[in-house]
Write a protein that binds this ligand. Structure first.
Ligand SMILES: NC(=O)c1ccc[n+]([C@@H]2O[C@H](COP(=O)([O-])OP(=O)(O)OC[C@H]3O[C@@H](n4cnc5c(N)ncnc54)[C@H](O)[C@@H]3O)[C@@H](O)[C@H]2O)c1
Ligand SMILES: O=c1ccn([C@@H]2O[C@H](COP(=O)(O)OP(=O)(O)O[C@H]3O[C@H](CO)[C@H](O)[C@H](O)[C@H]3O)[C@@H](O)[C@H]2O)c(=O)[nH]1
Length: 325
């Protein structure tokens, strides 16, 4: 049985991927400091509590686990927070990932999957965004993740460390079985906030700008169901065990959804309109981010199967209601 060591497995994307790895027959061990994750989300194998910033604890956990592969999700992921406190991001995302890479090369270069982001591209120069699009982030969060990609290249050249970076576009939705879902505190992502604004009297949704150069003036994003992301991780893991190298794949649908279209989908799913405030642009939001998903399709045989905006919103709504708020 193959064994995967999952950093950040108590978080949103990591937990969904743990479930998918277990379903594919992998033994799953989570390493997470629970700084932004949830003990109850770790359901498909043991949790080792520890931080990637504690290299000794990390090395011990890897010696106990002896993984065939590492899936590295652990990070902080709030763009706004990264602008106000860049040091936090360079330490927890970049330095922590360097610690991990050094522990990997000390153990015969265990291959690694890395959570990249569309935020590493910055403002798009052409659409859809292919993997060879220039990467010029516009915030410290994007840089903190891009530096890790660069280090993965250097470690491949110097130490033969094999890796796949998966650059997610907008992760969204929840496990169709309702076992896990999106749980960020504070929540800043559009879909859970829009659902809350449709259900909860006290909540409303601020649309960050209506003057973008898009068909309806609101920003367009490529929302990808977290279950499709999880499927891509399992495929990428099996690919990486066959194909040495330092690879990168976009994970998106190739389809854009505007904020107004998202609000309409939420209204249909809930049966009530989200209460909306028409606000100003949020700093650092590009008008349109849409992936080309061709490379993941041709190399990994991956096609998103659950990423219509209807299915994404329905699953997020079911999860929200199951949390008993
Ligand atoms: N959610 C998205 O839309 C999105 C999009 C693109 C990329 N990503 C990337 O995907 C990954 C997962 O994102 P998420 O939304 O699941 O975030 P999340 O906050 O839900 O999960 C991150 C997990 O990492 C853990 N963690 C953080 N720092 C740690 C450390 N130093 N040591 C050990 N554990 C630590 C947290 O406790 C948490 O459980 C991140 O790398 C993020 O940058 C997310
Ligand atoms: O209250 C809100 C929240 C969001 N939005 C809009 O909804 C869209 C989606 O916003 P999210 O905050 O849900 O996600 P982002 O597009 O900001 O995602 C970025 O941040 C994520 C980290 O949380 C990932 O890294 C992702 O790759 C990166 O593009 C954006 O156009 C945003 O302007 C609003 O109008 N109001």
């Amino acid at each position: 049985m193959k064994r995967v060591f999952v950093t950040g497995g108590a978080g949103y994307v990591g937990a969904h991927c743990c479930k998918a790895f277990a379903a594919d027959g992998w033994e799953v061990v989570t390493f997470d400091d629970l700084s932004r994750g949830w003990r109850e989300a770790v359901r498909w194998g043991p949790l080792i509590e520890g931080s990637l910033l504690d290299r000794e604890a990390l090395g011990r956990a890897m010696d106990e686990t002896r993984p065939d592969l590492v899936a590295h999700f652990a990070a902080f992921a709030y763009v706004g927070e990264s602008v106000g406190d860049p040091g936090l991001y360079y330490r927890n995302n970049t330095v922590a990932s360097l610690n991990l890479m050094q522990e990997l090369v000390a153990r015969a270069a265990v291959p690694v999957l890395f959570s990249g982001t569309c935020a590493s591209y910055g403002n798009p120069q052409f659409l859809p965004i292919t993997e060879d699009h220039p990467q010029v982030p516009i915030n410290p969060y994007g840089w903190s993740k891009l530096f890790v990609e660069k280090m993965l290249h250097s470690f491949h050249a110097a130490h033969g460390l094999n890796s796949v970076t998966l650059r997610y576009f907008n992760a969204a939705g929840a496990d169709p079985d309702g076992e896990i879902g999106e749980r960020h505190e504070p929540e800043t992502h559009a879909i859970p906030l829009a659902i809350e604004a449709a259900i909860n009297e006290a909540a409303d949704f601020t649309v960050f700008g209506t003057d973008f150069d898009t068909p309806d003036g609101t920003p367009v994003r490529d929302y990808i169901h977290v279950t499709d992301l999880a499927d891509a991780h399992v495929r990428a893991a099996n690919y990486l065990l066959r194909e040495a190298g330092c690879h990168a794949f976009n994970l998106g649908t190739g389809q854009g959804t505007s904020v107004k279209e998202l609000l309409a989908a939420v209204a249909r799913a809930v049966g009530a309109e989200p209460k909306v405030t028409w606000g100003a642009r949020r700093a650092g939001d590009p008008a349109i981010l849409v992936a080309s998903a061709q490379k993941a399709k041709s190399h990994l045989g991956w096609t998103p199967a659950h990423s219509s905006i209807e299915e994404i919103v329905e699953s997020a709504l079911t999860w929200r209601n199951s949390m008993g708020r």
